[in-house]
Design a protein around this ligand. Structure first.
Ligand code: EPU
Length: 421
């Protein structure tokens, strides 16, 4: 195992380029199953979740070719297996996104139920209800969802709640279904709009992505295209908060400022100077951050994927504030680790009260999930002394070349072999 060692207290300065989005790339890789032709993706980030998805696609019989870094070619001429096995789904829930395309193209899929994960129970009942509405029969056998259909048929389906991968799964299912599907109460995250745009360029017919009602006219076949993955808004926001917590001055380039609106608005309230231009955000932090409440909500609200990093920032706030996690019921695994670094945080149900302290101190801490790990990195960058973050494999799921990028901004950060765990 490996650990990340940070000597904190250095203000970040300079510029950083955002990588391609993990949460856009994963559904797009699954959408390759919808066509027998070759799909080419550029700006595919080098991340563990991407490698897991490649493994899954290979197992289904798909041809993969990634000889140049960042470019991935996927050709699903034949599909020889229909199973997303437990070993892969347990390491990455997003594996359930093969369910929609497999059902659309093959009329069968065996996908392991994800079970609990570090950030809550996260059921997939909405994905399954939607497929049933489209004519699929769903059974549970030995921990696997067995979905079957002759050909999926268009349906009018209303989600009980906003779900990102649920919306993506049903868009992909409907893209090759017979007739027209109307999906209501859809999530409207930018990654969903990206997926719909790609399927449209493949020859699909999807209207309304980015609003809560999406209409999909199913096609008999879709063709291969070349596509560049959109920038990772969560990575961009994480760097912005890293600049804020270290009282730095950085420019985040090749990002989409519009996708960061809720975060930037809150950080400006907290005292950060923000300058946006096309595909670029400069942030300048001079003094102690002001404590400001947030509550997480589906897009365009304040993203749950920023909650942990924002909490690290508020741990150093000038007074008290409340953070409310509305999207996941158990996404406070980072709290105890931040407390070990001197933060004063008390959680009661969905609400965390954060009492700002003047400084955090370096400590040994343990990463528990991807964004929790990012919050510990931020805390470490600002803390007095040395912080050692163990179990960093969580970080490698979602942040490409993180230490290199931080080091380029002046941080004292390195990765080392971990003998402790
Ligand atoms: N939910 C249900 N039933 C369902 C689906 C979802 O009850 O059938 C609940 C979940 O338990 C959760 C809420 O609905 O309480 C929202 O979950 P959602 O389905 O939107 O989450 P997701 O699609 O599994 C994606 C991202 C997450 C991000 C969330 C929320 C991908 C691959 N993952 O997950 O990203 O936190 O949306 O924005 O797109 C991350 O990148 O660190 C990450 C966890």
């Amino acid at each position: 195992m490996e650990k990340i060692v940070i000597r904190g207290g250095i203000p970040l300065k300079g510029s950083v380029t955002v990588s391609g989005s993990k949460n856009a790339a994963l559904p797009l890789m699954c959408a390759s199953l919808l066509s027998r032709d070759e799909m080419t993706f550029h700006k595919v980030p080098a991340l563990r979740d991407i490698r897991t998805t490649k493994q899954l696609l290979l197992q289904l019989g798909v041809q993969l070719d990634d000889f140049t870094p960042g470019t991935l070619r996927i050709k699903a001429r034949e599909i020889i297996d229909h199973t997303a096995p437990y070993e892969l789904v347990k390491t990455m829930r997003a594996s359930v996104m093969v369910l929609g395309p497999l059902m659309a193209r093959e009329g069968r899929a065996d996908v392991s139920l994800p079970g609990g994960c570090a950030i809550g129970a996260r059921p997939i009942d909405q994905h399954l209800k939607g497929l049933e509405a489209m004519g699929a029969s769903i059974e549970l056998q030995n921990g696997y969802i067995q979905a079957r259909a002759n050909r999926l048929e268009g349906a009018d389906f209303t989600f009980d709640l906003k779900t990102v991968t649920g919306t993506e799964n049903l868009i992909m299912a409907a893209a090759l279904a017979k007739g027209t599907t109307v999906l209501r109460n859809c999530a409207i995250e930018p990654e969903i709009t990206e997926l719909a745009g790609v399927i449209n360029r493949m020859g699909g017919c999807i209207v309304g992505a980015g609003t809560d009602t999406i209409v999909i006219e199913g096609k008999d076949r879709l063709q291969g295209i070349v596509h560049e993955i959109m920038p990772d808004r969560i990575e961009a926001g994480t760097f912005i908060m890293a600049a804020c917590i270290t009282r730095g001055d950085i420019t985040v380039s090749e990002c989409e400022p519009e996708h960061l609106a809720a975060l930037l608005e809150k950080l400006e309230e907290a005292g950060l100077k923000v300058e946006t231009s096309e595909r670029q955000v400069r942030v300048i932090s001079n003094g102690r951050v002001k404590s400001r409440n947030i509550e997480t909500n589906p897009y365009p609200g304040f993203a749950t994927d920023f909650q942990a990093q924002y909490m690290a920032l508020m741990a150093l706030g000038d007074s008290d504030c409340y953070i409310t996690e509305n999207v996941f019921e158990n996404r406070y695994m980072h709290v105890q680790e931040l407390v070990r670094m001197g933060a004063r945080i008390r959680v009661s149900g969905r609400v965390a009260k954060v009492q700002g302290v003047k400084e955090l101190s370096g400590a040994h801490v343990q990463a528990t999930d991807l964004r929790a790990s990012a919050s510990l990195i931020l805390a470490g960058l600002s803390a007095k002394g040395v912080t050692e973050i163990h179990r960093v494999y969580h970080l490698d799921r979602g942040y490409e070349h993180l230490e290199e990028k931080l080091a380029n901004l002046g941080a004292d950060v390195r990765r080392e072999k971990d003998d402790m765990l």
